[in-house]
Design a protein around this ligand. Structure first.
Ligand code: 13P
Length: 363
């Protein structure tokens, strides 16, 4: 074990800490809009919309030109394609967001591939040229990044092999980002797929998070300049026993207290297939639970911020104002929940009972 390492220069530490803290400012959270071009297929197909670069641009323009977006959104995660696409006024989406006071994030992983030798598990690729890509993204105005790893729950999984590999890949990614002035969002997602109960989900999530912080420590990652993006701890999608929002909140915060160091400024949960209302109600309960909370507890939602928007828009120009209104509602609801002030049911989704669960979800 080598204990002879250098901390990052003080100015770099200060910059990373400032960015991370700004992302988890009170009343605000992250809009994850970094779906890869391929994974927009399913979303657009529902409305018979061709998944072209231009349609993706029109959709992202709808999101990023929504009035008052900055009231509850501190940061937006973009895909490489979107960062350099332009709004109708000629500004790149990166510039447009920054000028609105929104911090620009970039998805830097290159997706999940099989992990040979494991029981149908995966690992995430993209480390090869990451150092150079991060340098370029920083120069092009990105201040934070996302990398998603996934772990499955089953009788014999997640395996030690998959936990070790994925948490180590995330730690390598995090240390590379920080060297370039980019705050890494560390996302070791334990998938909701399966019949397991909440206690099994808790044990797996705690094991993964404990391994994650060991790996980050081994790679000398500056924790004050990171954010964690975990799953909330819930029963598996097919588990017949459902838990109340208070139970989910208690177990989620308890799991984090046991594994996530207090030096981490914020935990920004993913929505992971929960309905829009469910994701908001759970975040609200998490912020109200009577346990110590040494970190900010906020959101970094993809599906739970965009499902109503897509339904209202349906690919039609005349529906853009309606769709933007839906985005404002979801942002407001989660901005309130992030401070524990959301009244359940008070800001309904466009299609209230719609399930957002997708088996083996790809991003
Ligand atoms: P969901 O909120 O749809 O789970 O996605 C968030 C995300 O960015 C996953 O990487």
């Amino acid at each position: 074990m080598n204990t002879n390492f250098h901390y990052l220069p003080c100015a770099l530490q200060d910059e990373l800490r400032r960015i991370a803290n700004a992302i988890v400012a009170p009343g605000k959270g992250i809009l994850a809009a970094d779906e890869s071009p391929g994974s927009m297929d399913k979303k657009f197909l529902l409305h018979s919309l061709p998944n072209t670069e231009e349609n993706r641009r029109i959709y992202r323009q709808l999101l990023f030109t929504t009035e008052h977006l900055e009231d509850h959104i501190s940061g937006v995660i973009l895909h490489n394609e979107t960062l350099y696409q332009k709004a109708d006024n000629g500004k790149t989406f990166g510039d447009l967001l920054r000028q609105r006071g929104i911090i620009v994030g970039i998805k830097v992983d290159k997706g999940i591939v099989p992990l040979p030798g494991s029981l149908d598990e995966g690992t995430t690729e993209g480390l090869d040229d990451l150092y150079y890509r991060c340098g370029k993204y920083k120069r092009d105005g990105c201040d934070f990044a996302k990398w998603r790893c996934v772990l499955k729950i089953g009788k014999h999984v997640p395996s030690y092999q998959a936990i070790l590999d994925n948490t180590n890949v995330l730690a390598r990614y995090a240390s590379i980002c920080q060297s370039q002035g980019i705050v890494p969002i560390v996302e070791p997602e334990v998938l909701v797929d399966g019949e397991h109960d909440i206690i099994r989900a808790q044990k797996v999530t705690e094991t993964v998070l404990a391994a994650q912080y060991k790996a980050l420590h081994d790679h000398h990652v500056y924790l004050e300049g990171t954010l964690l993006k975990p799953n909330m701890i819930t029963p598996g999608q097919k588990c017949p026993r459902r838990n109340s929002p208070e139970e989910v909140a208690y177990i989620t915060v308890q799991g984090c207290l046991r594994t996530v160091p207090a030096a981490v400024p914020g935990i920004v949960f993913l929505s992971g297939g929960q309905s829009e209302e469910e994701a908001t109600v759970h975040l609200n309960a998490i912020n109200n639970i009577n346990l110590r909370q040494p970190w900010e507890l906020s959101f970094s939602y993809g599906r739970a911020l965009q499902a109503s928007v897509l339904d209202a828009w349906a690919g039609k120009r005349e529906n853009i104002p309606l769709a933007q209104g839906e985005l404002q509602k979801r942002c407001k609801a989660n901005g309130l929940a992030r401070d524990g002030k959301y009244v359940p049911g008070s800001i309904p989704a466009f299609k209230p009972d719609k399930s957002l669960y997708v088996e083996d979800h790809k991003y």
